[in-house]
Design a protein around this ligand. Sequence first.
Ligand SMILES: Cc1ncc(COP(=O)(O)O)c(C=O)c1O
Length: 416
Amino acid sequence: MANTLEATGPNTAFAEGIRKQFPLLNQQVNGRPLVYFDNAATTQKPQQVIEAMNRYYREYNSNVHRGVHHLSQVATDAMEQVRNRMADFLGASRHEEIIFTSGCTGGINLAAHILGRAYLRPGDEILLTEMEHHSNIVPWQLAAEISGAIIKVIPVLEDGTLDLEAYQNLLSPRTKVVAFVHVSNALGTINPAAEIISMAKNVGALTLVDGAQALAHERVNVQDLNCDFYVTSAHKHYGPTGIGVLYGRYELLEKLPPYQGGGEMIDRVTFDRTTYNTPPFKFEAGTPNIAGIIGMGASIEWLQEQDIEQVKAYEHELLAYATRALSEIDGFVPVGTSPNKAAVISFNLKGVHHYDVGVLLDKMGLALRTGHHCTQPLMDCYAIEGTVRASFAPYNTFEEIDRLVEALRKAQQMLS
Ligand SMILES: Cc1ncc(COP(=O)(O)O)c(C=O)c1O
């Protein structure tokens, strides 16, 4: 990648074309032009996503599925079109496999809860990896509590790659669920999802993939992956917060019980007995986040308009450039150096606390995340409390990375 960059020069026109679609980026923070490198926490939103949500509230705000009147039908159609778009985007075999949730956390809680109630039995094993976000740990602990299942953990190698040999040894007929992160938010590691799923299938286990960090960087096809569940959060891929999708294989969704009770998820309610709606509605109790769904649809439309190969190549150039430049700083300690990485760099500066670095960077107009990134067990593996994390999007530039390097050198001088 470094060679490509040297041969062709940074593709600044590409980033500029994307940048101008994101109004928030054009501002000063603490007297300096904002550098936004916190894209793994949440991405910024293009104008068309903001506009789509505005238009919903300005022109057709109405509750869905419940009204015969015009506005309700327009809102329902718009929402169901997003379901179709999402099904198409993720390669689902039918749109009923797309359940709207509040995001990855909501989706994993839903799946873990219903599996805990209706599928897992005492002594069954749930395999998680050491690099999971708390969202893909705690819901399984709750499911283990209600079912009597046991959690086992697949270790991570020093460079942040998943230990597939150890995984193979942990798999057995007792393994009933394998839940893992597609792209690690803390390390950037891209896990070999298809291989992990195929190994799980060999012992008959169900699989859930936490796709929070994947969709902004990669095209995903759930049928090619052959997973049973896949979760997303729209705000990680240029959409709004508080909305996402749980993809679930239809035959499974049909058999599994509902999660929450309320409006929309029912077929018929009496005080003696309630029968349930079919998937996906069985899992969508209450008025959904309609504006969020509309915004998520616009973010998928935006993603589909981008040339993903160009996005990937550009992000890799940013990653290679940043890795090289940061490595020249004395005391730079990278955390997570897997050869297969998304555009995320986690690091520490020797002798300096990551939090202090973050505060000083903010004073210089740079937004980076510091801390444990909701992956405390992973931080324990590296015997650290946290890291500084720079995570890139196609609107970031090489000049911004130069500013990061300069700011880190200043921060280091001030703090040591
Ligand atoms: C890998 C991963 N999983 C799950 C989540 C949770 O996403 P949300 O808070 O949108 O539910 C995040 C968010 O940081 C994440 O990075």
